[in-house]
Design a protein around this ligand. Sequence first.
Ligand code: AMP
Length: 569
Amino acid sequence: MAPKDPETPGFSSLGLTASLVSAVTALGYEEPTPIQREAIPLLLAGKDVLGQAGTGTGKTAAFVLPMLHRLAKEGGKRGTTRGFILVPTRELAMQVAEATHKYAKGQNLNIVPVYGGAPMDLQIRSLRRGADVVVATPGRAIDHLKRGTLSLANVQVLVLDEADEMLDMGFADDLEAILEQTPEEKQTALFAATFAKRIQAIAAKHLTDPARVTIAAEKQAVGKLPKIRQTAYVVSRPQKMQALDRILEYEDPQSAIVFCRTRLEVEEVTETLQAHGYGAQAIHGGMLQKQRDRVMGLFRSQKADILVATDVAARGLDIEHVSHVVNFDVPLSPEVYVHRIGRTGRAGREGVAITIVDPRQSRLMRNIESLTRQRVEIAALPTIADLRARRVTATVEALRATLGKGEFKELRAVVETLAQDFDVVDIAAAALAMLDDSGRSGAPAPAPEEPARYERAGSSDRPQRGDRPERAPRGERPERGRGRPEPFGILRIGAGANAGLRPGDLVGAISGETGLESSLLGRIKIDDEESYVEVPESKMRDIIAALRATKIRGQKVQVAAFDPTAPRR
Ligand code: AMP
């Protein structure tokens, strides 16, 4: 896990309270995104803000952090609703409330989401307990206001998030009715994806001398973009790790940088890749310089072939041989994308840039295309047949090379003996089939439940940090994924880092007890007291039963399915 590092210079320079800086540091954020850099100081200074930013730019933290800062500094009547955030949809309400909860860690504030489609009485009870910050959809906010279960009389900071969406959804009148119930004296921030006329009209009516924040595209970096093949794969969040596995297997990069947004994500992705047998190393701003130098030494000397990095850590690194850049997430701004992909395609080599895109982030990809004026091809994930075709091509290339060198003379006698009974072409084809790790080139992909031929990741042979795993000839490489990625469920295990648990223990226990191939597992997260593993949904019950019946690291552990959408308080 990431070492605790109280310093996140980028954030501490914005003027936020120490508690907020440590909250974002604990989440692994290394520096503010452009919208955060622009909007936070203005909001801290008490200005109204009209911000242009869409999903995936970090806009939630851009308004929530200053809101929490002001609530902490200015006090007001505790237990009354002092922060109020209006959002268009139920999903966004949950998401924003969850983010606010995380940023407010240690502040003892009650954050209550209220949205339609959920039982009214539960929400009323939560509101009665005192809600310092309410995140609401307009319709449900009106319901509560009418019933008198929500009061906006003490609101100090109001945010209209995705205001354009709210107007598109026909909430204009509701918005007016809600805003009427807020006090004159308050700070208001309005965020929208565009500054369309109707947004400007609302701003003119409800914001006081607002500062405008747009994320202007820096054009200068673009001209220098080298020749890079750019591809995007649209993959839903739970399947990203499996997709990354498949992509790495298919691309077989000589040397790759996988970029993640946060330190925590870097740690998780690195540990999962290591558990799946890759020579991956982490680098992020929370590591000591000495550790970073060591990792860079391994990567430069190609002892580690995958570097998993945050933007901050990778900045300024000059590495010539990077064949692939993989964005595990769409970067939070187009400029960051340009910087990232510029790490490959150096010294006249051809580079490959791959981006894993959450379906909700397609707008960000369009922004990127318009900044770079280059197309990013949207591709389907490589299938098993693609992987196999790739392997066969590689084997044939290797065979041509061996034929060229003529280093097989002593084996000719063996073939000559076989040729007395078999056709020579058949003999050669059979030898190739044996090289292909499926052993049945062209046969249908084996079912996922087939026992792993893949070395158990949890075994003592597991590559340690810094070791480069022995690279088997391609034909002998384990097959990492089979068929299309299956939906994941999340398994919660009642033991974590404090019990000395490592990702390899979990992978080992699951594949050892159920025969499930380790590459079919998704992300693994080890917290202090508990751990989470993404597992194929269809295998969830079997895995739970098997793990309950066994011990992990010598101890019985609690195992259950985990529902991340279930309400937590
Ligand atoms: P949003 O645009 O607010 O939906 O945020 C998109 C994602 O970026 C969320 O998962 C945030 O947790 C994450 N995020 C926000 N700010 C930062 C930052 N400064 N560094 C890294 N990740 C961030």
